[in-house]
Design a protein around this ligand. Structure first.
Ligand SMILES: [Fe+2]
Length: 232
């Protein structure tokens, strides 16, 4: 169990995961809402030990699958905690008809978490359809695949490949993501809404947490897109 507390109501826990043959890990983020209700973002495997540790933090109120790829373990959690409400990124309602949903994530936060968490549905990248969250009390951006942050904590092969693609040691979108943008203007507008939040810390699903200066790092990582907008 490697649960780590980042702030008074914010925890992360990681899980080994390979993507395109590379060990990149996957991270679940846990936010405690008022009334000790828990918001589980991008759930990882629901081992008995993890479920017990999470339940010590509060009551699991919602399970959130934030994009089209981070949904694999939501069903396991729902089985263990049937009263938890499942919310998924748009498109997952078709991809996962087996899940009993409370709702599909959109441009506005659900009443359950809107007091402390805001959200943006990233437009223009239908490959992931990611919803990005901002936890106001801890000034934390909670993203999934919007950026990776592979650093010294990753295995040698992963570090090597990310170095080759100039994505090592910094918070930046992957090369793949750049290729898959379908509507750059829509994507940039979503990104600008995200960057308008006053966040310092950035938590992503793969790689290191940026404890401070995360906003500036993200601006650098997306300069290719943001600068195109200024020139238009
Ligand atoms: Fe991912």
């Amino acid at each position: 169990m490697n649960m780590q507390q980042l702030d008074s109501d914010l925890w992360i826990t990681d899980f080994p995961l390979r993507f395109l043959g590379l060990e990149v890990g996957a991270r679940m983020t846990i936010v405690r809402l008022p009334d000790r209700q828990l918001f589980l973002h991008s759930p990882i495997a629901a081992t008995r030990e993890l479920v017990r540790a999470v339940e010590e933090l509060g009551r699991v109120a919602c399970l959130v699958a934030p994009n089209l790829f981070h949904h694999l373990y939501v069903g396991e959690w729902k089985q263990r905690i049937p009263e938890a409400a499942v919310y998924v990124a748009p498109g997952l309602e078709q991809k996962r008809p087996d899940l009993e949903l409370a709702g599909v994530l959109g441009e506005r936060p659900e009443p359950l978490w809107s007091d402390s968490i805001d959200q943006v549905l990233v437009q223009g990248l239908p490959f992931t359809n990611e919803v990005v969250f901002f936890h106001r009390p801890s000034a934390t951006l909670i993203a999934t695949d919007l950026a990776f942050n592979v650093g010294p904590g990753s295995p040698p092969l992963t570090r090597f490949v990310f170095r080759l693609s100039r994505a090592y040691g910094r918070l930046t979108p992957t090369f793949l993501e750049r290729l898959l943008v379908r509507d750059a203007d829509a994507f940039r507008a979503s990104l600008e809404r995200i960057l308008a939040w006053p966040f310092e810390r950035v938590v992503v699903a793969h790689g290191q947490v940026s404890e401070s200066g995360g906003r500036e790092e993200l601006v650098r990582g997306y300069s290719w897109l943001l600068e195109r907008g200024q020139g238009a």
